[in-house]
Design a binder for this molecule. Structure first.
Ligand SMILES: [Zn+2]
Length: 56
């Protein structure tokens, strides 16, 4: 699976796209899924919102 909106790890001079580990739904924002990303280079984790569904 690839996500074009995957965030880049900011701990490297080069752009290192982070990999999606898990996704969590936010009950207060049902149209938004929060993904937990991990950098394959340094293991840095970061939460990043993923827009689910098609653009309305
Ligand atoms: Zn990194």
């Amino acid at each position: 699976m690839t996500y074009e909106e995957a965030p880049a790890c900011d701990r490297h001079e080069s752009v290192v796209p982070m990999k999606l580990r898990t996704m969590h739904s936010d009950s207060s924002r049902p149209d938004t899924v929060v993904g937990l990303y991990e950098c394959p280079e340094c293991g840095h984790e970061r939460r990043y919102p993923i827009r689910s569904g098609e653009a309305a």
